[in-house]
Design a protein. Structure first.
Length: 602
């Protein structure tokens, strides 16, 4: 059924550059991580860097070549795969002695894993013969972490040939999928985030690697990132009808995560995870039934065995107790630890200035911004060089960014072909349009402020690797944007890989002197802040549709609070959330007070 992970955590995709080469750093130790393949210019830069590191000839793949984007991505993934395989073979050959790579592999494992237990037994073996036999067994059992790949489904701009015609199957997401599918990666997963993209999902059945082999395993697996059960069912069924099995649903908190934040309608993560737990078998069987029918319609051999379906979670987890509770209580297969790993140079790629900024950040520095050109809320660290550069341009009356990469072009308000809302072109056209409107000066200022908040993410989320590796990316465009989750506020120390893994498994505590709300309370606080925004908007300009949304949101939050009250005893068993119930009561009162103060006159 495919390779089993020895760790109970994974490192999710972060930005474009931050996990661009994480597999080279952590895969040999059995740790899985996710690489973004959106930005092929960044990938071409990384190809040049790693060919140089390997002292091998680097042949650039220029944008003049046909299908250059897919070629760049495919070669880079093959390069990562080759590097990791070589690293792992060297690790397996190293001695069982203090400080060796092989010993480090076993030291990082969780204490209760059978492989760690066997390693401990080997250390205390009575005879040299027994020790040697156990060492041989241990070398055979270990595997590297997987090299996984992320495609943000909505980043799927069309591309055109020289005659101006749309290239068939040549959009950004489809070419990235093709590159991944044709790469040498095995026991790997592609993670789809940001919702259902029909043409991308329909393209999957063109590639054999996504289809089950005779034993029910997959060379390359499909993972779908979701915010709730309904989304999992819809996307899972859509793919099952195509004969494509989803091997994992990766649940992410709506607001307590890094990068783009897709706020649910007030549904909190506890009740969402509970629904997955209680309906897991039902979900599996329903998807498998649809999956079987797809084979029947194709008159193909119908699978009898249900392929594995994993359920995982990521977003705001910060302590070993939370990790253990979520894994055990909700029967999860893995927990994603993203933001804390931004402070681990052995795992992620962050330039020194940004690394120092992350380590110094407090609660007031992470905001739920409107900075993304996609029009989706975006968790964002203030005072980055990207923000400073943006504000300097505004101060010089030169707002907007040069749109060199064009991945987020999705606006046709003023142009026939889509342009990016962070671009110089769009911001000039939009501000001129706002100034011509017959609206109050205050409203004009508000609308213009929204326009000016948009920031170039293609370059800002890529530059950290360029700076860290002293490798040119784009001339004169060096600003960095960083998008951690709110959890970064509580991690204030640059840590080693060993320290962070020990923290996850409860062998160390990197937050021993930090006052931090538990993962459930923090998410609830974030949702209440978001609700305040909605209530303020409703109080300023009433409409019935908005009122219904706000009232439903409030009711869902209150249902979530009642759910947490019911599981409070279970939480206390894992020492999650000191004075948890008192905190719930205070937050519930905050919601009620918000409505009493703002909406009682509406």
């Amino acid at each position: 059924m495919g390779k089993k992970s020895f760790h109970s955590f994974h490192i999710p995709v972060m930005g474009l550059a931050y996990t661009i080469d994480s597999p080279v750093k952590v895969a040999r130790y059995g740790i899985s991580s996710v690489v973004s393949v959106v930005e092929d210019r960044l990938i071409e830069m990384m190809r040049g860097y790693y060919y140089s590191e390997l002292k091998e000839k680097y042949t650039p793949i220029t944008d003049k070549e046909p299908d250059y984007r897919a070629k760049r991505i495919k070669d880079y993934l093959n390069l990562l795969n080759r590097i990791v395989k070589n690293q792992f073979e060297e690790l397996k050959k190293s001695a069982f002695e203090k400080g060796s790579e092989l010993v480090r592999y076993f030291e990082l494992l969780p204490e209760n894993h059978s492989l760690k237990v066997l390693y401990t037994k080997m250390q205390s073996a009575c005879s040299e013969l027994e020790k040697m036999e156990l060492q041989t067994t241990l070398r055979k059992l270990i595997t590297p972490g997987s090299i996984d790949v992320n495609i943000m489904t909505k980043v799927d701009k069309n591309n055109y040939d020289k005659a101006g015609n749309i290239i068939e199957n040549g959009s950004d997401a489809l070419t990235a999928l093709k590159a991944y599918a044709e790469s040498d990666l095995e026991n790997s997963s592609i993670i789809f985030s940001a919702g259902l993209n029909p043409r991308l999902f329909n393209y999957l059945d063109q590639f054999e690697d996504f289809k089950a082999s005779a034993d029910g395993s997959f060379r390359k697996k499909i993972v779908v990132k979701v915010s709730d059960y309904r989304s999992a069912l819809i996307q899972g069924k859509y793919l099952a009808k195509k004969g494509i099995w989803v091997s994992e649903f990766r649940i992410e908190s709506g607001l307590n995560c890094g990068g783009h934040a897709f706020a649910t309608d007030g549904f909190l993560i506890g009740p969402i995870l509970h629904e997955f737990k209680s309906k897991r078998e039902e979900l599996t069987q329903e998807l498998f039934s649809v999956y079987q029918k797809s084979f029947e319609q194709k008159e193909a051999s119908i699978p009898n065995e249900v392929p594995q379906l994993k359920i995982t979670y990521q977003g705001g987890v910060g302590t070993a107790n939370e990790h253990d509770f979520l894994s055990t209580y909700y029967q999860l297969d893995s927990i994603g630890w993203g933001t804390p790993f931004l402070l681990v140079p052995e795992a992620t790629t962050v330039d020194k200035s940004t690394l120092d900024l992350l380590a110094r950040s407090g609660e007031e520095d992470v905001i739920l911004s409107n900075n993304s050109p996609l029009g989706v809320r975006f968790n964002y660290l203030r005072r980055s060089s990207g923000e400073i550069e943006k504000l300097q341009r505004v101060a010089c009356n030169k707002p907007g960014s040069p749109c060199t990469e064009k991945y987020l072009q999705n606006n046709t308000e003023f142009t026939e072909k889509p342009i990016c809302t962070a671009s110089i072109e769009y911001q000039k056209l939009k501000i001129d349009s706002i100034n011509k409107q017959d609206i109050s000066a205050k409203e004009k200022e508000k609308q213009i402020e929204t326009v000016l908040s948009k920031e170039c993410l293609c370059i800002g989320l890529s530059n950290s690797a360029s700076i860290a590796y002293k490798t040119p990316f784009l001339k004169n465009l060096t600003a960095v944007t960083v998008c951690p989750g709110p959890n970064i506020s509580y991690f204030n120390k640059i840590a080693s890989l060993k320290e962070m893994v020990n923290h996850i498994y409860g062998r160390e505590n990197l937050l021993s002197s930090v006052a931090r709300p538990d993962v459930f309370t923090k998410e609830l606080q974030l949702y209440i802040s978001y609700l305040k925004e909605q209530v303020d908007e409703l109080a300023e300009s009433f409409n019935q549709k908005k009122e219904k949304y706000v009232l439903d949101f409030k009711a869902n939050l209150e249902d979530g609070i009642n759910y947490y009250r019911r599981i409070a005893n279970n939480l206390s068993e894992y020492k999650v959330g000191a004075r948890f119930e008192d905190g719930l009561k205070n937050l519930e009162q905050e919601i009620q007070q918000l409505f009493n103060n703002k909406l009682h006159t509406v």
